[in-house]
Ligand binder design. Sequence first.
Ligand SMILES: Nc1nc2c(ncn2[C@@H]2O[C@H](COP(=O)(O)OP(=O)(O)OP(=O)(O)O)[C@@H](O)[C@H]2O)c(=O)[nH]1
Ligand SMILES: [Mg+2]
Length: 424
Amino acid sequence: MQKIADEKLKVILGGVNLGTENFDYTMSELAQLAAANNLDVVDTIVQNSDKIIAGTYFGTGKVTDIKETAQDTDAKLLVLNDELTPSQIRNLENLTKLYVIDRTGLILRIFADRAQTKLAKTQVEIARLQYELPRIHPSSNPLDQQSASGGLANRGAGETQLELDRRVLRKRISRLQNELKQLMQSQDVQSKERQKSLIPKVALVGYTNAGKSTIMNALLAHYDQDAAEKQVMVKDMLFATLDTSVRQINLPNQLSFLLSDTVGFVSKLPHNLVESFKATLAEASNADLLLHVVDYANPNYQEMMDVTDKVLHQLGITDIPVIEVYNKADKTDMTYPTVTGNEIYLSAKDDASIERLSDMIQQRLFANNPVVTLLIPFTKGNVTEYVTSHARIIDRDYTNDGTQLKVQLAPEVLGKVKAYVVTE
Ligand SMILES: Nc1nc2c(ncn2[C@@H]2O[C@H](COP(=O)(O)OP(=O)(O)OP(=O)(O)O)[C@@H](O)[C@H]2O)c(=O)[nH]1
Ligand SMILES: [Mg+2]
């Protein structure tokens, strides 16, 4: 899919305010989504109402307002804050003579634009085709010409042609779903390898632009001088990350954990997108611990947390322990790092914060690991080597009978060296 336009298209934002608490916030976010799509917002039109008009979304008065505003501002596109029905879009296009795109369509376009890997591209493409399936119709909308149905939708033919187009789309969706399955199988192999490795898994989740990737990079850099090539992309924009990246964090005390960085969420995230990103988010559902990162400097951080919780719920991720990471505290009055219970207020750009977060992670992951003393004969150098690279060494002593180690280790590691335990 192409971007909507290389030169900036002038757009009007529109929304119906049903009196919900977070309406203003979703509208300001819509503006950000538009900016992320290289659109130039020239005006915003809001209707306060207790219901959405079934046929046209807005009432007649607002439709006239929009038409006039478009003439005054030279706007070509109307971007709406909700997911509209195909006929609402069609009717509004006819009435306003503007091209109409809804919030879902906008989000899908951003995802399509950002997707880099085959996996991400396939997932986005499936979501987009599913969204477009009921929406293809003969239209002169240039946005449709860039759409999945390609030129097919624009033949101006009637019902039969439409049915044909839909069949083509359905076929394409099922072909892509098969491709996705195959891609996932090879991912699954990697993921299973990680499962077997016994190393605990931690996943970063949260709203887009919260600072998840920045925290991943900071943790990497904190413990690894050569972390440069392992860094992931950080950018001040929505949906910088679409693919999951997994990195091993090696702690100085011989312990380590796997950290994964995942796609960010946004309010009213399209259902199809959540569905097709389930595969990518599998890394989060297999985690032992989640770091829920939020931009604490954003006045809407509470809504952002609620959205994240909701999406995690939709994904069936409900019973994994969570550390709530209130990030970007450097842009607030809050003293940082500050820990209270399962919450930490910090700045991803502050080393003391990263150290404190790492302590918290270790506390959650390893605190319950048993402490034992092992006596390993000098002839068993390989066992000593295994233990020192898989356990936290508390004390080391050399006796006549061999190396005596007081260690804290994971139950699985203990299972392998049980024969050498002297006291438990
Ligand atoms: N001031 C400040 N800026 C931060 C902090 N953490 C991250 N940022 C900035 O916030 C922006 C977004 O950071 P990312 O790490 O890309 O955010 P993300 O959560 O990975 O976003 P997505 O990949 O879109 O989901 C970047 O410009 C970062 O430099 C922080 O603690 N303080
Ligand atoms: Mg990111």
